[in-house]
Design a binder for this molecule. Sequence first.
Ligand code: NAD
Ligand code: ZN
Ligand code: ZN
Length: 390
Amino acid sequence: MKALCWHGKNDVRIDTVADPKIENPRDAIIRVTATAICGSDVHLLDGYMPTMEPGDILGHEFMGEVVELGSSVQNLKRGDRVVVPFTMACGQCFFCQKSLFAACDMSNPNAKMAEKFMGHSPSGLFGYSHMLGGFSGGQAEYVRVPFADVGPYKVPAGLPDEKVLFLSDIFPTGYMAAENAEIEPGDTVAVWGCGPVGQFCIRSAWMLGAGRVIAIDRVPERLRLAEEYGKAETIDFSKVKVYDHLQELTRGRGPDRCIDAVGAESHAWASWDAALDAAKATVGLGTDRPHVVREAMMCCRKAGTISMPGVYFGYLDKMPFGAFVNKGLTLKSGQTHVHRYFKPLMAAIESNKIDPAGIITHRAKLADAPAMYKKFRDKEDGCIKVVMTP
Ligand SMILES: NC(=O)c1ccc[n+]([C@@H]2O[C@H](COP(=O)([O-])OP(=O)(O)OC[C@H]3O[C@@H](n4cnc5c(N)ncnc54)[C@H](O)[C@@H]3O)[C@@H](O)[C@H]2O)c1
Ligand SMILES: [Zn+2]
Ligand SMILES: [Zn+2]
């Protein structure tokens, strides 16, 4: 089959690889009908994630049709259309029992590797390094889905792929980020980053009762989408000082809730600290560029909450922990417990409360994936979200 493979920093290619096979009675094989490129994939393209190996198949936002089932998968049948959560969960361990699916203890066979980096291993992820399981991803014609008796969700007939595909990741991610922000009715919520995740953070903040949503980015079409799709006020960080502007908009109190939907690759020249992070990364003295976390800690109102769906990898320095502690802030983060959100968010789609397809700007064939990765990363051609069909 054809699949998009990682070959190193800035090098992803379509390769011909072996078809996936059932390896465990709980597996399913899915014929992929739609797959998207995520901001997390950009971190792979840019070489941020350790333990990637040349030839690894990427892709963790995908859906498709069940073509083969392991002997113990009873909840699915051949021909079912399913969306697959990007976090893998066994459904039985201590964490899965608590609905903390992204913390599943059983789905990462390489947990020992992850423990070295993080103390404990998160769940296995599709197409996201060997330390997170070495599982092949879904930017491919076919994909093996472990724990198919737990993860994949059937799509009600009549809903097109584009409306439900983002239930695999970014819609639940935005929703969980808004939940983690502990929004109280009427709160002012500031969202850094108007990429796909930021857009769903904005929509979810409204769903959870925000009184005001302020979105921050510098890419004109992303700011425009935040205004039109997200009904948010916007700040262009290339034109004004974010701290000053947020304080002005909130009469000096600061936003009640701050969401970092940017992650490790904050725009390198957004400020002196971001420039320093970029310079340090270039010479191997640092990894991530956590400008947004620092800025959120400074901007957030006292006793407010910072929610971090944005992904980080290494050891972050120059954190204003004095502000964090003395202002009494709360910080919540994590890979998304996707399984938890499938039913309520599917209901929101079915009742037309939201059409996730509204953020798609580019539709392409899987064969064009290498070019689309670069277009998405470099924000060329107004690219905000790419959906590909094999
Ligand atoms: N926690 C999870 O489970 C999960 C799931 C999906 C994605 N993510 C992460 O969420 C993050 C965003 O993903 P995405 O797909 O929206 O990516 P994206 O790269 O398309 O969007 C990031 C946006 O942040 C903007 N930005 C950069 N620097 C900024 C700054 N200083 N201030 C404000 N905005 C700035 C960029 O212009 C861009 O529009 C990534 O780190 C991704 O890995 C996490
Ligand atoms: Zn993702
Ligand atoms: Zn589990």
